[in-house]
Structures are given as structure tokens and as C-alpha cells.
Write a protein that binds this ligand. Structure first.
Ligand code: BTN
Length: 252
């Protein structure tokens, strides 16, 4: 497989565009990127800002032979791909806030939204959507304290490139995905992922919708679930498809 790239100046959401075109002979491993999104979507119903020409909004179409519960592993792969691409291209250190945020200097630089959807032909499809802040110099008041961009972090050391980073992150995704296909688990990236995991060894709150709980963040297992050691020594596993995690002192 090789990745084919399409670029649109403006679209409601690159994830939506993939979904609309999935039944229309869209080839797996097609990436659709946009200069801006008018209705970008984040996780848990939030919106996602993609100011014109300043950020990466990019989505990959896949038809993976995976059980639905394993789809969240693609988000783990995508997080790792973005963090690795940032570090390869720029003098920056990237961390991952499990399961779907990439951070630089403890601030969010990237969000990932993977979605499973079915087409009329009964096919199981996935869109992996990635948003990266590249040239933004400022953010809305309510997210200022926790958001950053490549250019803000590079300071006088240079400027990011949307094209270079988009291609770099999908190439890295493809490389990791090929390794993942052989085993179906994330053992091949687990050690490096855990090295990048923010809050590892620290106390976190697992935002389980039914039963939130706290414990020490240990790392991910081979399925991408987050291992948390609760008070009293109980080990619990949080599934990436269902919950998110907060540091108990704020965003990280
Ligand atoms: C999050 O942090 O909540 C996830 C944000 C995901 C944003 C990307 S931008 C490209 C793709 N299209 C969308 O509408 N959302 C994702």
C-alpha cells in the first residue's frame, strides 16, 4: 500500500469528508487534508478549531481487519506517529497524554479522533483524524493555558511546515501499522510509547463515565489499555475507546 494525498482548501471536517466518500470507491490509505475546517470535531462532542493555513487537519481512510474493540489501537499508533514525526523534524520533545493527545512542554499540540463507521456494502471502515497546531501564535482564552503550536515551541529556532509534518506523520503511521498488522497487538511500540507517556508514575484520575477512579499511572499494555494501580494495590485497566485520563492537578 502506498499513501495517496488529497488537499482541500476548506471543508466542514476531513473526517466527515472521508465518511461521505467511503462508499464512493475511496481507496484505503487515502489521506484527505484541509487548509481549514468549518466544523472540525474533537472527542466527546467537542469542536476543534482549524484556523486557516495555521494548522494541520488530516484524516486517513482505512478498512482494517480488526474487531471493533481493537480500533482504539489505531489512536495509540497515531499518537506515537505524531510524536515521533515531530521529534524527527524539529528540535522538540513530544509526550503523549493517553489516549489521544500529543503534548510539547506539557501543552497540547495535537488531538486525534479515530472513528469506526459502516458503509452500505456492510464494510467496516475507520477514519483516523489528526489535528496539529503548527503556526498559531495565540489561542482562545479558555484553552490558552493548555494549548501550543510547533512555531510557538520552536521560538527563534525556526518554523514548522504543514506539508512536511503531514507526510512525516503518516509515513510513520504506515511504518508502525505494518508492524502492528503482523501481531495485532502493540507490543512493538509499547516500551517507546511508555517512555513518552505523560503522568507515568504519577497519580491520575480515570474519567470512567460510570465509575471514575484514581491511581498511579503505570503504562499501557499490549492492547493499548492504560494500567492503573489503585490505592490498596488493585490493578485496573482503562480502555482507550471508552475513557480518558486527567492528572489530578489539572490538564496533565
Ligand atoms: C481531540 O483532541 O478532541 C481530537 C481532535 C481531532 C481533530 C481532527 S482535525 C482532522 C479531523 N477532522 C475532524 O473533524 N477532527 C479531526
Amino acid at each position: 500500500m502506498s499513501i495517496r494525498y488529497e488537499y482541500l482548501e476548506s471543508i466542514d471536517s476531513t473526517n466527515n469528508e472521508i465518511k461521505r466518500r467511503a462508499s464512493d470507491y475511496l481507496k484505503p490509505w487515502t489521506v484527505i487534508s484541509a487548509g481549514t475546517q468549518t466544523a472540525g470535531r474533537g472527542r466527546t462532542g467537542h469542536s476543534w478549531e482549524s484556523p486557516k493555513g495555521d494548522s494541520i487537519s488530516t484524516s486517513l481512510f482505512l478498512r482494517p481487519l480488526l474487531p471493533p474493540e481493537a480500533i482504539s489501537r489505531l489512536t495509540i499508533i497515531a499518537g506515537m506517529a505524531v510524536a515521533s514525526a515531530i521529534e524527527k523534524l524539529y528540535p522538540l520533545k513530544a509526550e503523549i497524554k493517553w489516549p489521544n493527545d500529543v503534548l510539547v512542554n506539557k501543552k497540547k499540540i495535537c488531538g486525534i479522533l479515530s472513528e469506526l463507521f459502516f458503509t452500505g456494502d456492510g464494510e467496516k471502515n475507520v477514519v483516523v483524524g489528526i489535528g496539529v497546531n503548527v503556526h498559531q501564535q495565540d489561542f482562545p482564552e479558555e484553552i490558552k493555558h493548555m494549548a501550543t503550536s510547533i512555531d510557538l515551541e520552536l521560538k527563534e529556532k525556526g518554523r514548522g511546515s504543514r506539508k512536511e509534518l503531514t507526510e512525516g506523520l503518516w509515513e510513520e503511521f504506515e511504518r508502525l501499522y505494518k508492524a502492528f498488522e503482523k501481531t495485532g497487538d502493540l507490543s512493538m511500540l509499547k516500551p517507546k510509547y511508555n517512555d513518552r507517556l505523560v503522568s507515568r508514575g504519577e497519580r491520575v484520575r480515570v474519567m470512567d463515565p460510570v465509575n471514575p477512579y484514581e491511581g498511579i499511572c503505570i503504562g499501557i499494555d499490549d492492547t493499548g489499555a492504560l494500567i492503573v494501580e489503585c490505592d490498596g494495590g488493585d490493578i485496573r485497566k482503562a480502555d482507550a475507546g471508552e475513557v480518558s485520563v486527567r492528572g489530578i492537578y489539572g490538564y496533565v
